[in-house]
Design a protein around this ligand. Structure first.
Ligand SMILES: [Zn+2]
Length: 408
């Protein structure tokens, strides 16, 4: 099993869409709410009989339902079809610097239940125990809602380099690892996907978020860790060794800050959330005047202090936006995506810091002359990790031909 593989452990109980045409129709109905069988026939090269029979299969399978008729002046009123959001549900697991989160997610990418844990990433057993607790709570919630038969699989988005069920990651200067095999083995009925957390977030945007229909996009995550998920030609690009998109190790400065990778001037050391918190803490200890309280030191409180005119926070934010935007502009110029999505701390479009970052990138990229080049903030807020992890497995409901070939 390599990152992105969706492993099929389930046999029998749930019908799979083995037919390409079924996937095609399911996707068309998902993307075009209230569509008729005649319109599906017109959009495809399928015969009306084939469309009717495949739609009947999708209805039997619980993925599609009829929803009234369209008013028509003459002839028979066409019956309209719509997608059933809870036709399949996934369990999304997010394990990263922001904590541990597990959510039950429907086919619209909406969390139906959320579990949050705070186990330290240094302690593998504690992390696994909290992930398992979250999964059990999600299954229990699905049972309460009579949706237990709709659970399709479990997607896990985990920080670091993912190989098979294992992930390796650096905390400080020490390598740690986590093996998710016990979770997989405990749930033999489900499909599983294990993916780098930021790559999973990019998939979440493609399937459920701001990136729908985008063929080339960069998903930029700016949180306590930094990273980019690269989508090229509609597919996730992982690189030769699975570490594509390591934005935190892009060199942006000649500064003295040495990175754990051995270089100096890496973006992560200057601009990831953890280092920004550290710099504020040190400055307060050294007597720098600021309105921010050391007892309430979060990235959000830092951004809010800058918003209210705190000179120290404003200066730090200026530096941060300058460094982040330089690295992101470089990535945009290298990959030429039509769309950039910003997730994490800068994803509130109403916050002046977010709009400043977005406009700096927008105005200074080579693509800035293009009217159709867009930079958007993610709509997922704190849930991008779990929605993305769930998307990494749920996408296979519609993309079964990829599952069969074990590619993504
Ligand atoms: Zn580095």
């Amino acid at each position: 099993m390599k990152a992105g593989d969706v492993v099929q452990y389930r046999t029998g109980s749930q019908q799979l869409m083995k037919d390409w045409n079924l996937s095609l129709l399911a996707n068309l109905i998902r993307k075009n709410p209230k569509i008729s069988r005649a319109e599906l026939t017109a959009l495809t090269n399928l015969s009306p009989t084939t469309v009717s029979s495949l739609v009947a299969e999708l209805i039997d399978d619980g993925l599609v339902r009829e929803t009234g008729v369209r008013d028509s002046q003459s002839g028979r009123k066409p019956i309209l079809l719509e997608f059933v959001p809870e036709g399949r549900i996934g369990i999304g697991v997010s394990i990263n610097h922001d904590g541990i989160k597990v959510a039950l997610v429907n086919l619209l990418g909406e969390p139906l239940y959320i579990f949050e844990g705070r186990a330290s990433l240094e302690h593998e057993k504690a992390v696994l125990a909290q992930v398992e607790q979250g999964i059990e709570e999600c299954i229990a919630h699905a049972k309460e809602q009579n949706l237990q038969d709709r659970i399709y699989g479990i997607g896990i988005g985990v920080l670091g380099l993912v190989e098979g069920t294992k992930s390796r990651y650096l905390l400080g200067n020490t390598w740690h690892s986590i093996d998710l095999a016990p979770i997989v083995e405990k749930h033999p009925k489900f499909y599983f996907s294990i993916e780098n957390d930021i790559n999973a977030m990019a998939l979440g945007e493609v399937w459920f978020g701001q990136g729908k229909e985008a063929k080339h996009l960069l998903y930029v995550y700016l949180g306590y860790g930094l990273g980019v998920g690269v989508i090229i030609d509609g597919k996730l690009y992982r690189g030769a060794f699975g570490s594509a998109g390591e934005l935190g190790h892009v060199s942006v400065s000649h500064g003295d800050f040495k990175c754990r990778c051995g270089l100096t001037g890496c973006l992560g050391v200057i601009a990831d959330g953890a280092h920004v918190m550290l710099r504020i803490k040190r400055a307060i200890e050294e007597g720098t005047s600021t309105s921010i309280s050391p007892d309430n030191l979060t990235f959000e409180s830092f951004l809010d202090a800058a918003k209210t005119g705190d000179p120290f926070c404003n200066e730090l934010l200026d530096e941060l936006i300058s460094n982040l935007s330089r690295a992101i502009i470089s990535a945009v110029n290298l990959f030429d995506p039509g769309l950039v999505i910003i997730g994490g701390f800068f994803s509130d479009p109403k916050h002046p810091a977010s709009s400043r970052l977005i406009s700096t990138i927008q105005n200074n990229s080579l693509a800035s002359y293009r009217d159709d080049f867009r930079i958007l903030a993610s709509n997922f807020g704190d849930n991008s990790g779990v929605i993305g992890a769930a998307a990494a497995v749920l996408k296979n409901v519609f993309d079964l031909q990829l599952t069969q070939e074990q590619i993504s």
